[in-house]
Design a protein around this ligand. Structure first.
Ligand code: 13P
Length: 248
């Protein structure tokens, strides 16, 4: 049985002070809220200050990292630094990173390997653009991202990680994929993992859906066979709203 995982990707939102208020409010709201894993991914600046507050039910994740431990990479943050700051998770290859910061499947692959080397659990994001979906290329695009992103990893590593299917046309648009469409691609990703790493691995790996997830659509999405959680953007910024998603 895969443990559900609900993660909030705050993107470039919240100061340290705002992050601390959010986490203490969320902690109260989700107290005893079942067995789902709850992760918040604040900006880098708020990670370490949030560490103490997230010791209970809430886990901490980062939104990106470099793959090297240290070095002359101005503006970058290393996996070692994230680990020390209290992170257990790290989002890798979000479509905004791919689109605005030139991330490629090759850099995603380097970062995944680095995450495992530093005992961080990666949440690898994949997903197609609207043009790719309309051209009928969703599976080809997602399969390529999965194959190249996971290249050289072991079945044990892949079984322990999280993959987030985030169709780009559904991110921040209010246009959620239908639960059937989202589940179909998540099931396709799982079949791809079976082919690459075997059925033990594909049965264990957790696959999230992301893209305009809200309190109103979370239960239906979570009711689907191949959706094990959600990666939530806009609706993760207000504690009451995110708590409703967590308690779907
Ligand atoms: P929204 O929930 O705002 O559509 O963002 C989804 C997302 O990009 C999460 O990583």
């Amino acid at each position: 049985m895969r443990k559900p995982i609900l993660a909030g990707n705050w993107k470039m939102h919240k100061t340290v002070a705002e992050a601390l208020v959010f986490i203490s409010e969320l902690s109260k709201l989700i107290d005893g809220a079942g067995n789902a894993e709850v992760v918040v991914c604040p900006p880098f600046t708020a990670l370490y200050p949030a560490k103490e507050l997230t010791k209970g039910a809430i886990k901490l994740g980062a939104q990106n990292m470099h793959w090297e431990k240290q070095g002359a990479f101005t503006g970058e943050v290393s996996p070692l630094m994230l680990k020390e700051a209290g992170c257990e998770y790290v989002i890798i290859g979000h479509s905004e990173r791919r689109q605005f910061f030139a991330e490629t499947d090759a850099s995603v692959n380097n970062k995944l390997k680095a995450a495992f080397a530093y005992d961080l659990t990666p949440i690898m994001c994949v997903g197609e653009t609207l043009a790719e979906r309309e051209a009928g290329d969703t599976e080809t695009v997602v399969e390529g991202q999965v194959k190249q992103g996971l290249s050289g990893l072991t079945a044990k590593q892949v079984a322990a990680m999280v993959i987030a299917y985030e169709p780009i046309w559904a991110i921040g648009t209010g246009r959620t994929a239908s639960s059937d469409d989202a589940n179909a691609v998540c099931a396709f990703i799982r079949r791809t993992i079976t082919t690459l790493f075997g059925s033990g691995c594909s049965e264990a790996v957790r696959i999230q859906y992301g893209g305009s997830v809200k309190p109103e659509n979370i239960s239906e999405l979570m009711g689907k066979s191949d959706i094990d959680g959600a990666l939530v953007g806009g609706a993760s910024l207000e504690p009451g709203t995110f708590a409703k998603i967590v308690k779907y």
